[in-house]
Write a protein that binds this ligand. Sequence first.
Ligand SMILES: NC(=O)c1ccc[n+]([C@@H]2O[C@H](COP(=O)([O-])OP(=O)(O)OC[C@H]3O[C@@H](n4cnc5c(N)ncnc54)[C@H](OP(=O)(O)O)[C@@H]3O)[C@@H](O)[C@H]2O)c1
Length: 314
Amino acid sequence: MAIHAVTGAFGFTGRYITKRLLDAGETVITLTNSPDRPSPFRGKIAAHPFRFDDVDAMAKSLAGVDVLYNTYWVRFNRAGSFNHSEAVRNTRALFDAAKAAGVGRIVHVSITNADESSPLEYVRGKGSLERLLRESGMSYAVVRPAVLFGPEDILINNIAWALRRFPVFAVFGDGRYHIRPVYVDDLAELMIERGKATDDGIVDALGPEDFSYRELVAMIRDTLGLTRPIIGIPPLLGYWACLAVGKLVGDVFVTREEIEGLTAGTLHVAGAAPAGKTSLSAWVKMHKETIGKHYHGEMQRRTNRNKAYESMTG
Ligand SMILES: NC(=O)c1ccc[n+]([C@@H]2O[C@H](COP(=O)([O-])OP(=O)(O)OC[C@H]3O[C@@H](n4cnc5c(N)ncnc54)[C@H](OP(=O)(O)O)[C@@H]3O)[C@@H](O)[C@H]2O)c1
């Protein structure tokens, strides 16, 4: 029987990978920054703290593991707390520990259009991790999602939250840049499938629907039965508005880099075959009573490690 290590099993993507593996009768352990976070899996799987400062210690936690599913990353730079360059170093330490422990295969979550030469630090960091993995000599698979949706997601839920709360919704620029959101459990299914395979390589993980950003916001608005006007404003003005919203909710609502990535089409790959069947529009319809009722905060997740991620399904 194989042993699987899932990073962040008490978080978002890791939760769905873990559930699928446990449902299939597999043995799972997790590496996490939040071993005490409430989760349905607490007590069912062994939880080891990440030891990015000590590769040998982290290798001991990974002893006997056949497949490592790596979801670890940080969304943005936060002075004094976390940043992308540290996340690259930490991930390198994780890969080194996996190699030292003799882990059979790594399935790593990246991002659409990951590229070491990107001007965006998030995308650049993901690009350099893909290279590290390629050069590691280990058996690997990389999956590249665009934006994820699911009960605990942040972006889609918070678009719905803003639509419910404010009389008007502003998109950055003309809103014509495209995005193909993928359902978190479809990503988990793909990752497990890639974990079983033996070929090395990179696959995009995009949902079946292709929206312009403006269409996506309009679809959510219409499904919620709202009539807010959707207007285009200059991206910089949009960023300032998001700063103000962030102050209101005590969070980072969206970063300047995320706006740049979104408007440059980084979350889109034209013509890529869909990785999952779940359509965002059907999913929003199914959850129209709950989606966006509560704000989902990134910083709250990072500062309170003893609290479960907010979920629109309770
Ligand atoms: N969410 C999206 O829409 C999206 C879109 C494209 C790509 N991705 C990629 O998908 C992967 C999983 O994303 P997710 O949203 O599902 O993440 P998540 O479950 O919230 O976090 C994944 C792991 O990273 C750790 N982590 C996250 N932010 C951190 C921070 N600031 N400082 C320290 N540790 C941190 C978590 O820590 P704990 O162990 O404490 O939980 C967990 O182990 C990431 O690699 C991300 O880049 C996500």
